[in-house]
Design a protein around this ligand. Structure first.
Ligand SMILES: Cc1ncc(COP(=O)(O)O)c(C=O)c1O
Length: 566
């Protein structure tokens, strides 16, 4: 047999699932091998393989692709653990970095099965009923937010960043319809706020509006937008002849989960339209890629509390839920299933109050026609930025959401809040120079600032809020403590993986405050593990301070003998 035929036979038998599924066992065996080898090398700590991520090194000996096929996929998986070294372990109870959920088994399993078929979610012609998953999920969240399901619509896309990009584009085409064919022809701005995510600036920049045309209103300590300042900025822009494409409110900021009241924002827009006789209405978008998940509480019986949340947890859930329900006043909002939705990267959705506005984002060009033969079919590819969209992601997201149900989400989020409150309380009790600096914020994130043992944390914190020099010294101390944690606590059973944020919140003067950050989402982090985690943090702090004391003593230059005797 020619060599190519022999290789083709092996490819068919070992590298692809055959059409009738006769080698399904082999596929299952390679999935099992991948999972097992990963598990057996994952280590005990919060980072894979108990290692800090090796920095990529472009100068390292280049990897080379083998000449031959792998003839045994099970053995081939032995190479997997090396590629995972240093990766965060999303299910490890002491991995509390960033906003990283543990992905559900329903998602992971259905994704693998659906990905085999390779539907492209730009047209139903390719993706079949997978696109129904997009329609159904958009309808679900539009409904939970209080939109009219007959008018609303939604679109999966590539991250929270893209949900903002879509929303700003809807706003842009509203104020400058020519932008679609001829490019931006007017002075256009987008107005957000200071603690909003930097992806807003990415979006205005990539839309060709220019990054300087993203204007930031001041915000309150809880990260909600200062509406007076927002109003002042909008009025000044309109008076200067600029058009406001979009006003973006916060629907759960990256830190501390500030949520605006979108009824108030909508009222503010009404007044702008009326006072200036505007021929358009600025688009109101909610960047709710973190806060959206609390829509699952829209119909929760807070009075009966059937899930039995503790009173303080229940109060917090009620407050968040009442705020997030004001999304009904926004024209669009964003969802990141890969954040508070327990899906893996990347699964995001933009939900629009009027799906006609979404559909108006694109206009068919002759170049597109060969792709979309059926004029009446659901063809989101006609207006999506992406030419390829994973329909497996749509299917898996729906499978995951339906496996959890409302109750599953309520328990996951309620548990996260419960544990975050316990951690805040435990850190406060410990008196080890660790101070929770967001005791009353709404998120399940905990921000901690460390203070040298000789200082009173509370008093220094108050001074720092108005004194930049005092803040700088403590920030340097926190940077050093964070590095110490990375050096000595990244691995093993006592390891922990926490983040450091450059802006836990902003002072009255608008300066960012640095803090250690623990984002609680993990279902395996229970009350006992939370206490252990705080114990480890306190112990690490004591060791860090002891080391510092030695270093400081060592660094004092001993007096010269003659001086000493003088
Ligand atoms: C509030 C907010 N908006 C947008 C984004 C961007 O989302 P993504 O990373 O999915 O693009 C983030 C991400 O961290 C965020 O916290």
């Amino acid at each position: 047999m020619e060599r190519y035929r022999a290789v083709l036979t092996s490819l068919r038998a070992n590298h692809f699932l055959d059409p009738g599924g006769s080698n399904l066992d082999q596929f299952e065996a390679s999935i099992a091998a991948a999972l097992r080898t990963a598990r057996s090398h994952q280590g005990a700590g919060p980072l894979f393989g108990d290692a800090d991520a090796p920095p990529p090194d472009p100068a390292a000996t280049p990897w080379t692709v083998p000449d031959r096929l792998a003839d045994d996929l099970v053995r081939h998986m032995d190479g997997l653990p090396d590629l995972l070294a240093g990766t965060v372990k999303s299910n490890h109870p002491r991995m509390v970095k960033n906003v990283i959920p543990t992905p559900t088994l329903a998602y992971l399993s259905s994704y693998v099965a659906a990905a085999v078929y390779m539907g492209n979610g730009v047209s139903a012609e390719d993706a079949g009923a997978a696109l129904q998953a997009e329609i159904d999920l958009a309808r679900l969240y539009a409904g939970l937010a209080g939109y009219d399901g007959a008018e609303a619509g939604g679109l999966f896309t590539f991250g929270g960043t893209a949900t903002n990009l879509y929303a700003f584009r809807m706003g842009l085409l509203n104020v400058d319809p020519d932008a679609l064919l001829r490019g931006v022809s007017r002075d256009v701005v987008v107005v957000g706020s200071r603690p909003a995510h930097y992806s807003h600036q990415t979006a205005v920049s990539w839309l060709g509006l220019g990054r300087d045309n993203y204007l930031m209103a001041r915000s309150h300590r809880d990260q909600t937008t200062d509406l007076e300042d927002l109003d002042r900025i909008c009025r000044a822009q309109i008076a200067a002849g600029r058009r406001i494409a979009c006003i973006v409110g916060v629907g759960g900021t990256t830190s501390c989960m500030g949520i605006d009241d979108f009824a108030q924002l909508s009222g503010l827009i009404d007044r702008l339209v009326e006072d200036f006789g505007l021929p358009y209405r600025p688009h109101l978008h909610a960047d709710s890629v973190i806060g959206w998940a609390y829509l699952h509480f829209s119909a929760y019986d807070f009075a009966g509390n059937p899930l039995g949340f503790r009173e303080e947890v229940l109060g917090r859930l009620w407050r968040i839920s009442s705020k997030i329900r004001t999304l009904r006043w926004a024209d669009s909002f964003g969802i990141d299933f890969h954040k508070t939705g327990y899906a893996p990267y990347v699964s995001s959705m933009l939900v629009a109050k009027r799906r006609a506005k979404l559909a108006a984002l694109g206009r068919e060009s002759d170049m597109m026609t060969p792709l979309f033969h059926d004029a009446v079919a659901y063809n989101p590819g006609k207006y999506s930025l992406e030419t390829s969209r994973s329909s497996a992601n749509m299917v898996a997201t729906l499978m995951s959401v339906s496996a959890l149900g409302l109750e599953g989400f309520q328990v996951l989020l309620g548990h996260a809040q419960d544990i975050s409150m316990r951690i805040k309380r435990d850190v406060g009790r410990r008196g080890s120079g660790l101070l929770v600096v967001n005791p009353d914020s709404s998120g399940s994130d905990v921000f901690i600032r460390a203070y040298p043992p000789e200082m009173d944390g509370d008093a220094t914190f108050r001074t720092e809020m108005s004194c930049a020099a005092a803040r700088k010294a403590i920030t340097d101390y926190n940077d050093a403590f964070f590095q110490f944690l990375g050096r000595h606590y990244a691995s093993g059973e006592t390891g922990l993986a926490v983040s450091k944020t450059s802006a836990a919140f902003y002072t009255e003067a608008g300066d960012p405050v640095v803090a250690l950050r623990l984002y609680i989402l993990n279902p395996f982090l229970d009350a006992e593990a939370a206490t252990d985690l705080v114990d480890t943090l306190a112990e690490a702090k004591t060791r860090f301070d002891a080391g510092r004391a030695v270093e400081t003593r060592g660094s004092v230059t001993p007096p010269a003998p003659e001086t000493a005797t003088a």
